[in-house]
Design a binder for this molecule. Structure first.
Ligand code: SF4
Length: 424
């Protein structure tokens, strides 16, 4: 084995994938490898891939080929969702030296052992000990999904929903909170957290347990509106901002006909009424959603049902995606494709609506107090509020500092006064 292997990691995709890379990093460093910031310093590159769209697959393969051209001696190991979903195609790539169909850090280490770039030995596992880059930390509590959305390859790549034991999650949260003032609870379908555990538990119970033992701001990553149960809603309403008043609740479509074609389990009205119950209980809170426009079968009327629902609900931002065919999913064979220019026009309409609603919410928050955490480094430090607004900070403040400040709106931007530095 080389005396010290140097590893360069590249991660595509979501927070769960970012977290999985951290686990791979910790496992390899525990076996003597050293992480480097660029491929030219590395003996091996570990590419953690994403498969959310055909383009995501293509991006990963493109990176592999580019690395091989520029660094002929670099060993390349691919892992992640695209590798799990398209394993044979990665095995067929002459540029790839090792393939891991998934995210298992032990299997990634096994590939480096095979390449004589890491020492063999038992999988280290355990909680994530090592600090993660960035002010916010990812806390993955669950993997996989038991739902069957017709457009989704992620569930195929990641398999059934599997939850981590609460005690392990709490121990990891304690460790990470020593470095990160905010932890983002992530996974693939966190609303089903604990359903597979004996005894069965819930996301609300897990969050309450973390907040009981760990001084940190928790933020939920994406969660289905219909899976925000009353216990979780109560915790959001009563935690004093320790569970950030922010929900990202995928809508995908506001048309029942399209929701059925997507094989979503909820109706337009079930989503709508749950969001209004949440809004009544929380008052000011950040509300975002993923929406797919141009899904096969989406006519003008179906799109109007989506647009009118978006107009009605108290969103503060939106993520709008024109549908892109995902080979290997049920939706890929659906008829009534929507022309690209029509989908693009619909995206513009919703994105503009999202921006308008976002500005209106910022204006409503101006003059009120916010719970901010300073994020970023150097002259790019900004404040992120509990309800997921970004404010420019006036005055010196250390990244990671948490403070309350009044929000103001200046020249179309949110601004907050950083607290005066303590005088010794
Ligand atoms: S809920 Fe649907 S979109 Fe989300 S991971 Fe599961 S199958 Fe995919």
């Amino acid at each position: 084995m080389r005396d010290t292997s140097t590893v360069w990691f590249h991660t595509f995709g979501c927070k769960a994938n970012q977290y999985d890379t951290e686990r791979m990093r910790q496992e390899l460093e525990g076996r003597g490898a050293r992480t480097v910031a660029s491929p030219e310093e590395a003996t091996v590159a570990v590419i953690n891939t994403c498969t959310v769209t055909n383009q995501a697959d293509a991006n990963a393969r493109h990176l592999v080929r580019r690395l091989r051209r520029r660094y002929p001696d670099l060993k390349i190991v691919t892992a992640g969702c695209s590798t799990a979903f398209r394993e044979a195609s990665y095995r067929a790539m002459p540029e790839v030296d090792g393939v891991v169909a998934g995210h298992d850090p032990g299997l990634v280490a096994g590939q480096l052992v095979k390449l004589r770039l890491a020492s063999a030995g038992p999988v280290l596992g355990g909680v994530l000990e090592r600090n993660q880059r960035g002010t916010r930390g990812w806390l993955k509590v669950q993997d996989g999904c038991d739902r069957k959305c017709s457009f989704c390859a992620t569930r195929i790549a990641r398999g059934a929903s599997i939850s981590r034991e609460p005690a392990e999650v709490v121990a990891e949260a304690k460790r990470l909170a020593a470095v990160h003032p905010e932890l983002v609870i992530t996974g693939i379908h966190i609303g089903h957290y604990g359903h597979d555990l004996e005894p069965r538990t819930t996301l609300a119970a897990l969050c309450a347990e973390i907040l009981e033992h760990v001084e940190v701001r928790l933020r939920l990553s994406s969660i289905e509106a219909t899976e925000v149960d009353d216990a979780l809603l109560s915790l959001l309403a009563s935690s004093g901002g320790q569970l950030a008043p922010h929900l990202h609740v995928p809508l995908q479509s506001g048309s029942d006909r399209v929701l059925q074609l997507m094989r979503r389990w909820h109706t337009r009205e079930a989503y709508r009424s749950r969001v209004f119950e949440i809004a009544d209980r929380l008052g000011d809170f950040g509300l975002g959603a993923d929406i797919i426009v141009g899904f096969p079968g989406e006519g003008d009327q179906e799109f109007e049902e989506t647009r009118s629902l978006v107009a009605e609900l108290p969103y503060t931002y939106l993520h709008v995606f024109p549908y892109s065919v995902r080979d290997g999913t049920a939706a890929a064979s659906l008829p009534d494709r929507v022309p690209g220019d029509v989908a693009a026009e619909r995206s513009r309409t919703l994105r503009d609506l999202g921006v308008t609603k976002g500005i209106a919410y910022e204006v409503s928050r101006a003059g009120t107090v916010a719970d901010l955490i300073a994020e970023g480094s150097g002259d790019r430090v900004a404040g992120v509020t509990g309800d997921y607004l970004r404010a420019d900070l006036v005055g010196p403040v250390a990244s990671g500092a948490r403070f309350a400040a009044v929000l103001h709106r200046k020249n179309g931007r949110l601004v907050a006064e950083a607290p005066a530095p303590a005088v010794n």
